[in-house]
Design a protein around this ligand. Structure first.
Ligand code: FE2
Length: 366
């Protein structure tokens, strides 16, 4: 094991202000080459088994990221799984993406800024007709478990439940940090890298606090956040960001879809193999099209949660909805207090789960 590293004050300030910090060359040559070897050994079958390969989870467990996360977050479950995200080089397509527009019409290399933990049922490829209510009902019937009504049993094609809790007051899975490790050259915009809405984590947190104060509900279908965008090109796009957040990141330079609607410009995270980025759960982010990359884009994504948020359960490092099982199963979250309110507390106070940020946050706020 190499000597332990932690974030310095400037890096913590970046994390606080921007919502993310890029760590150059944080993965050792050996751990990096092992992970690339694992990718090759799966022979381009980028299936979920690869995410359980220890050569992948070693990207945190046997790298500087382990001590860095231990310092900045506090206790967390060592990842046993991760999301290996491989994107082949591809031209813009006419397929309708989940925000309800053709990929080729969507600005910033097909960006769809979102937070993780949001239910995504694949949207229809044809233009919907009928009332908004009819479109909504048809949409939630089309999930992988079929017609279960308006219920917390419904899950998306991304396996995230429509609602986290049985009372349907929380429609957002949550964790602490999104960590993505770069395994292929991603140094130019349009090479398939993750992009983020810099600084927007403060705005999402503020919005969640406002929602909770208003009705106690957080996420889509809570106050001022309809789940679907009926004005999208297909009349059934997923509204991944509430308008109140999105509107704060629009200006006259924002690129538009053909219907004249402007979209926030994300910042591409430019990295080389062996670099990694730590971002807060609250920071909206997006995949982008690998239009011009030199090879397939390879990124390994981890979702890390401070253990004290829900001590009764083990987070595997992959799931973005750890309060439920991967397929929406109900878990024993313990009998102490209301576990759903505990998750809401974390969503409304993001830095509470970052024990290594407490001093800095206190100095900024007072
Ligand atoms: Fe995501």
């Amino acid at each position: 094991m190499e000597s332990e590293l932690i974030l310095n004050l400037d890096q913590k300030k970046s994390l606080y202000n921007d919502g993310y910090v890029i760590l150059r060359n944080v993965i050792s040559t050996k751990v990096l080459s092992n992970s690339i070897e694992a990718l090759k050994s799966h022979d381009h079958e980028f299936d979920k088994r690869l995410g359980y390969d220890s050569r992948m989870t070693d990207l945190i467990n046997k790298s500087h990221l382990n001590s860095i996360l231990d310092d900045v977050i506090g206790p967390f479950d060592a990842p046993t799984s991760c999301h290996v995200a491989v994107k082949e080089q591809t031209p813009p397509s006419n397929k309708i993406n989940n925000i309800g527009y053709r990929d080729e019409d969507t600005p910033y290399f097909g960006s769809f800024l979102h937070m993780d933990g949001l239910c995504s049922i694949n949207v229809p490829q044809d233009i919907q007709s009928g009332s908004d209510k009819q479109i909504y009902e048809k949409y939630i019937r089309s999930g992988p478990k079929g017609d279960l009504g308006h219920s917390a049993e419904v899950i998306g094609h991304n396996l995230v439940p429509l609602f986290q809790d049985p009372e349907k007051t929380l429609s957002l899975g949550s964790f602490t940090a999104l960590v993505f490790v770069c395994l292929s050259p991603q140094t130019e915009n349009g090479w398939g890298q993750t992009a983020v809405l810099t600084g927007a984590h403060h705005k999402t947190e503020e919005f969640f606090r406002w929602q909770r104060g208003k009705t106690g509900q957080i996420g889509p279908e809570g106050p001022d956040w309809p789940r679907l965008d009926y004005s999208a090109a297909n009349r059934c796009g997923i509204k991944y960001l509430p308008d109140a957040v999105r509107d704060q990141f629009l200006d006259s330079s924002s690129e538009k879809t053909p219907d004249g609607r402007p979209w926030p410009k994300p910042t591409p995270i430019l990295m080389e193999p062996g670099d990694a980025c730590i971002s807060t759960f609250h920071l909206p982010h997006t995949g982008t099209r690998n239009e011009n990359g030199l090879e397939s884009r390879k990124t390994v994504i981890f979702r890390i949660r401070n253990k004290t948020r829900q001590p009764n359960i083990v987070s595997d490092g992959y799931t973005d909805h750890p309060d439920r099982g991967l397929l929406g199963e109900w878990l024993d979250l313990g009998s102490e207090g209301n576990p759903w309110e505990r998750s809401k507390d974390g969503i409304c106070d993001m830095w509470a789960d970052w024990s290594g940020m407490q001093k800095l946050v206190a100095s900024v706020n007072y």
